[in-house]
Each structure stands twice: as structure tokens, then as C-alpha cells.
Write a protein that binds this ligand. Sequence first.
Ligand SMILES: Cc1ncc(COP(=O)(O)O)c(C=O)c1O
Length: 466
Amino acid sequence: MRPELRTVIPGPESRRLAAELRRFESRNVTCITEGFPVFWERADGASVWDVDGNRLLDLTSGFGVATGGFNDVVFTKAAAEQTGRLYHAMGDVHPAASKADLCRLLSTATFERWGAGEGKSILGNSGFEAIEAALKTACLATGRRNVIAFEGGYHGLGFGALTATGLPPFADPFRKMLADFTTFLPYPYCFRCPWKCPGEHCEETGWPSLRDAIGHAHAHQPIAAILVEPAQGRGGDIFPPRGFLRMLRDAADEIGALLIFDEILTGFWRTGALFACEAEAVVPDLICLGKALTGGFPLSACVGRAGIMDAWPESDGEALHTSTFLGNPVGCAAGVASLRRWLDPAMPGLVRTAGEAWERALHSVLPRCVSVGEVRGRGLMWGVELTGPGREPIPVGPIVERALADGIILLGGGRLGNVLSVSPSLAVDAATAHWAAEQMAGWIREQAAHCPPDQSPVDRDLACPR
Ligand SMILES: Cc1ncc(COP(=O)(O)O)c(C=O)c1O
């Protein structure tokens, strides 16, 4: 499972392909530097082989998608069988059978499991499309236009989702075209608590001030929906303290708004529960799903309480929200197979064991590094926040690139760009988790050692060679 490198990273074939991309792909899409990227050839479990024959260890599950590991037999068998029979149908006109099976199972896995009646779905291709469907549903169900979302939240980059994404660098270049329907509120980010709550006692300061802010926003412009990630992924792997989701549920009910959980990343065991909201037993009105829903085929879903979804009028042959590839047969078949697997009674035990291994590995090794401000997470979603003595952010870009050079695929995140994001698949065993944590500690120390001691940690890291 550990990396086996045959060339320097990136190898010659990856470099050749990068030059092609630099010429023929829009230049903002793929980040190409001396050390990035590698081009993937095949993958199995947590191992990825690149086009130069190097075997790398992936600690991202490919953006949190391959929770069961790559080349997962459940997913590939179902997808291959469906591909052999039919790989395109007429999604909203004459669908494939697998679309009906998937919508049925999505209801079983969500609202029915939560004892909240049946759920109805709108399928999409990418995660952000599920968000767009949720926002439109909120508009139809409430007759209102405004949304509350959270600083640091990431909901995807379509125009609706982007308008509710609380990471300004994604939205700023397009401000002139974006609608203005979102009020952003602080997210409970305890390491940098916006309300300076004592301990984790948000009920004294945090929750009341959020409740006030929601009420204030609603009084100004009626709120259609509160959109939130139950744990923020891209914003820095942040898990809010208990009570947050319950408070949002109460606030949404009070003002007659819908509560939308974006579980595109957190769904399907990423945080140790089937859905992150289950840790607080709070049921949303709409839940957005993607990524591990299929284990790799581009398919997403907005699932809602049936009564709320019925705000959409009956289709008269011209669906108001659809696309050419909606309900793709292969994606739906992969989704059905994945959902059956995610609902398997063995899953909680498997995820608990893996989560405990990561907790042990990261907590035993990383806090010993001076620039590790916090190690946080749950299940298969962990963040390592790097900071200087005054909690100044230390950018993780150089470490991500250093890790790749050693054959480990990691991602950086956090609104300040200083969180190493570890979202491994179930395929990584405990010994490898421990080894990977030690590697991380080595790179973090190495980066600190490269830097002249008379500069602040931020300056030191910016000045470091990559
Ligand atoms: C929480 C969350 N919501 C939405 C999205 C957008 O999904 P996609 O990139 O598939 O459009 C992502 C993607 O990372 C995400 O993590």
C-alpha cells in the first residue's frame, strides 16, 4: 500500500501531458507547476498508479468520492453490467429502470430511515446541481428568495451554489453577475471561535448570537432556506459543537424556512455516521448528496421530504429542472449498488475501526509538531491546521507538494489555506495510517526547519522553497 516510486514526481510522461494541457485546456482548470500534477493511469484500493508507473498512496479518496476505495467491486460490477446493457437513456422522458430503483433507495436511506415519511429526489450530475435543485425547491416551497449560508461553506461553483458559497475567492471574480440573495453568518469554528465562547459552551454566546442574526436577516428579507454543511469540508474540516444543527432546525421552523443540509462530502460514512446530521439526530427538509453516492460516477441528488418536494408542479412534458444526462443508467446502477452497500449492517463497524485508527495515528504523532495548531476530525474526515505561535496561518501548499514528491496524495484546505485535509478511504489500514501520520510530521518539521528563525512563521513559510 505504501508508495513505490520509479521516477521523480512528476515523471516524464506526466510532464509531457501537463505540457499538452497547458496548451489545450483553459489555464485556470489544472494547476501545473514544477511539482504538480501526476496523471493517473489506474487505481485500486488506496493506491494510484500514474502514467510513469509510480504507485502513490491516495489519502483523499479522490475528493472524498471513493470511500470504499478505488476499483471497488460493488461499484465497478454494477457499472460494468449496466454499461453492457444500456449506458444512456432519456432521463426525464423515458428513463432507465435504475433511475426508479435509485430514487426509491434514496428515500429508504434518508427520510424513511429517520422516521420522517418518504423522500422524493431530483437527480443531477454534479454536486453543485443538487444544491441548485435545493435552492429552486426552497424558492417554490416558500415563495421567498433569500438564503442564509455560512462563512467558509462550500457548495459548488454553479451560479446558484456559488452565490451561497462562503469562500470569497471563488465568487469575487464573478460578483458582477452573481445574484444577491445570501446572508453569510459565522460558522462555529472553535479553533478560531467567532464569538469567543468559553470552552465549547456555544449555548451561552454562539447560538444566541446566531439566532439573533437569523431573526434579523429574516426581518430584513424573508428567508427561504438555511443552507449548511453539517461539517465543513473545504472550509477546513470543521466540526461544529453539538447543538448547532438543532439550533438551526429550531430557527428554520420559527421563521418558516427550509433547512438544507449539504452532505455532498459528509454523506455516506465520511464522518463516521451514514450522514453527518445523524450525530445530532436532526432531520433536514432537503439533503444534497453526491460524491460517495456512486463511488465515482458523476451523479448527485437533492432528496426532500415528499410534501416539500411537491411544491414542484406535475411535469406536463417540459420539466422545469432537468438535463440531458439526468438519471444516467450507469450512474443510477452504481448508485443503487453503492447505497445497498452503505446500508449494510457491517458498515458502522468498519467505519468505526478505520476512524479510530486515524484518530490514534494523527493524535499520537502530529500534536508534537510545534506548528500544528489543531488536529480535528471524525471518522474518515480529518484536518490538521498549521499555525504560528500567535495562530497565524501557515500555508500548506508546500507540504502538499512535498507529500506528492514522496508519493502521497493529500489536499490543502481551509479558508486561510492552512489546513492539511486527510479524507482517506476504508482501504487504508491502521499501520499505513500511522506511517502516513509520521510522514506528515516529517514534512511539517522539515518545512519549519527550512525557514530562517527571525521571521514570523507565515513569512517563513512563504519564503520557503517548494
Ligand atoms: C460540501 C460540498 N458541496 C458541494 C460540492 C460541489 O460538488 P461538485 O464539485 O460535485 O459540483 C462539494 C465539492 O467538493 C462539496 O464538498
